[in-house]
Design a protein around this ligand. Structure first.
Ligand SMILES: Nc1ncnc2c1ncn2[C@@H]1O[C@H](COP(=O)(O)OP(=O)(O)OP(=O)(O)O)[C@@H](O)[C@H]1O
Ligand SMILES: [Mg+2]
Length: 343
């Protein structure tokens, strides 16, 4: 069940009204990991997808991020969403399927996609030409159907892995378009900020929304919905205060509470706290697992992973100065300082 997010949905509703009235609204949705960005965007798509808008959704993290895959998936999602639900046939997954699908949808679509796939199948691929065609296609679809498009791109921080000039090309094409809007989301704040920073093509072009944790009332609502038993208000507040209203943490702890209730046939504040600790530190704790995943993903970018792990572990136990850290790591402070600047 989708809980609340009323304020954010109201903002998105206002933006889609602007879009209907002829304005263009590009949007970034930022929120820390597992805060509910994808849920919110999919909720918007579900609610508004059939109200005079075409809303394709693409999650870059779910594809192998290269030019071929991105182009294919971007076009599949777009074309699929442009067909009215009642007339949709199976969603294509390969280029061949996509070409057949496009030809069935219409002559313009078939010819256009053949052009893209032809360039991609050449021995030396003109990458700019491919991206030009890919990003130009939504406007053609919008014009054909006399509809506005909101293209949602989730995990947008991965975009530069596809092609190094992709933002510049995307910007050059989209600034000429009237009916296409990009709503993008991301969770790695530094990367995301940089993508929209003053050095990059999209600087100043996107409105920003930040997604934070649930308010107390929404946390209570989520807990009540997840649990087959009723917690009292104090117990629910313990969960809310610990999680900061982060829906994924709340979900993980509630699953633990269900398990613990089945064993102990009782529920009280201490058991609630025990469940939190199990999730946080227990080997099977989902929050623990999530932290490990975050650390692995963050450290994967460094060649010297073990060194950073050791350093972080030390700092998590006691904050220290540079000379203290260098001493602990048995390393000259100059070298330590340069490692820390790269982290
Ligand atoms: N509005 C909501 N109502 C109910 N549950 C929610 C809501 N938002 C998030 N959740 C819960 O939190 C989990 C994480 O949400 P979601 O996947 O949308 O987060 P995210 O910000 O996209 O995460 P990531 O950064 O990993 O992509 C969901 O699987 C769901 O269990
Ligand atoms: Mg997500």
């Amino acid at each position: 069940m989708f809980i609340n997010r009323k304020k954010e949905l109201d903002i998105l509703d206002a933006y889609q009204k602007y879009i209907h009235s002829g304005k263009q609204i590009h949007l970034t949705l930022f929120g820390l990991r597992r805060m509910g960005k994808t849920e919110l965007l999919l909720k918007f798509k579900e609610e508004y997808g059939h109200k005079g808008l075409i809303i394709p959704y693409l999650n870059i993290q779910k594809i192998v991020p290269d030019l071929n895959n991105f182009s294919k998936q971007f076009l599949i999602e777009l074309l699929y969403e442009s067909v009215p639900v009642a007339k949709r046939f199976d969603k294509p997954s390969t280029w061949d399927d996509l070409l057949v699908f496009a030809t069935r949808v219409g002559e313009m679509e078939g010819t256009y996609l053949l052009k893209v796939s032809n360039i991609l199948s050449r021995r030396t691929v003109d990458e700019s030409a491919v991206l030009d065609l890919v990003f130009s296609f939504p406007e053609k679809i919008a014009e054909k159907h006399h509809l506005k498009i909101i293209y949602i791109i989730d995990e947008f921080q991965e975009i530069l892995q596809i092609q190094k000039n992709i933002l510049r090309i995307m910007r050059a094409i989209t600034e000429k378009q009237k009916h296409v809007n990009y709503w993008v989301s991301g969770s790695v704040f530094t990367v995301f900020e940089e993508l929209f920073g003053y050095k990059n093509p999209f600087f100043g072009q996107f409105k920003k929304i930040t997604l934070s944790g649930f308010d107390r009332g929404s946390s209570h609502e989520l807990i009540d919905w997840l649990l087959p038993l009723r917690l009292d208000a104090v117990q629910k507040n313990i969960l809310h205060d610990f999680s900061g209203g982060q829906p994924y943490y709340l979900t993980a702890i509630c699953e633990r509470i269900i398990q613990e209730y089945a064993i102990q046939k009782d529920m009280n504040r201490n058991i609630v706290k025990y469940c939190i600790l199990q999730e946080l530190f227990g080997e099977t704790g989902k929050i623990n697992e999530h932290f490990e995943y975050l650390m692995d993903v963050s450290l994967a970018k460094f060649t010297n992973k073990d060194l950073y792990k050791k350093m972080l572990l030390y700092l998590s136990q006691q904050p220290d100065t540079l000379s203290g850290i260098s001493q602990h790591m048995n390393m000259p402070s100059g070298e330590m300082s340069s490692y820390m600047k790269h982290s």
